[in-house]
Ligand binder design. Structure first.
Ligand code: CMX
Length: 138
């Protein structure tokens, strides 16, 4: 399992981008929208992983609600898995609890699910499966 990305909640993608631009990273492609979650995303590639800046698009989005209660900053860490259902079953055997019963759509046609932060020692952890087309060797 590898780190896939770090999600950073920000009220404004341009303001949130400033430190990453200064560090020398460039956005990978245009900003993207995950309509189902009401979030606009700007991706910076950092080696094999990514930093994803998450800006809420509407007041009822999860990121808007998060920013009502918390400062901008680290929102979640995401780990890439080959078979999300198999990994969920394995982790349930380890006592893990999830925030939903079933995985849902994430950025770049990924399938994602979130573990409960209480199980994650205080942080929100995401499992993320990329479409097979991106992993022809798999
Ligand atoms: N960090 C730490 N704790 C968090 C948290 C975070 N980012 N977000 C929520 N929590 C905590 C809450 O405080 C709550 O704790 P208690 O049970 O102690 O009250 C618990 O986790 C459940 O939170 P909730 O908001 O009540 O749960 P919901 O089912 O409403 O939301 C969640 C589920 C957290 C996954 C969703 O709100 C969310 O953040 N979705 C992610 C949106 C996103 O990142 N989209 C980007 C695209 C995805 C991708 O490809 O990466």
């Amino acid at each position: 399992m590898k780190l896939d990305h770090i999600g950073i909640a920000t009220p404004d993608l341009d303001a949130g981008s400033a430190p990453y631009l200064a560090l020398g990273f460039q956005p990978e492609g245009p900003d993207e929208v995950v309509e189902a979650q009401g979030v606009r995303v700007r991706v910076f590639r950092v080696g094999d992983a990514m930093v994803e800046l998450l800006e809420p698009m509407r007041p009822d989005s999860a990121i808007a609600k998060y920013l009502e209660k918390n400062r901008p900053g680290l929102h979640h860490t995401a780990y890439r898995v080959e078979d999300i259902h198999a990994e969920m079953a394995r982790l349930k055997g380890e006592g893990a609890t999830f925030l939903s019963e079933q995985p849902g759509p994430g950025l770049h046609h990924t399938t994602v699910i979130f573990l409960h932060p209480k199980w994650g020692a205080g942080t929100l952890i995401e499992l993320c499966q990329h479409p097979e087309a991106e992993h022809p060797e798999a």
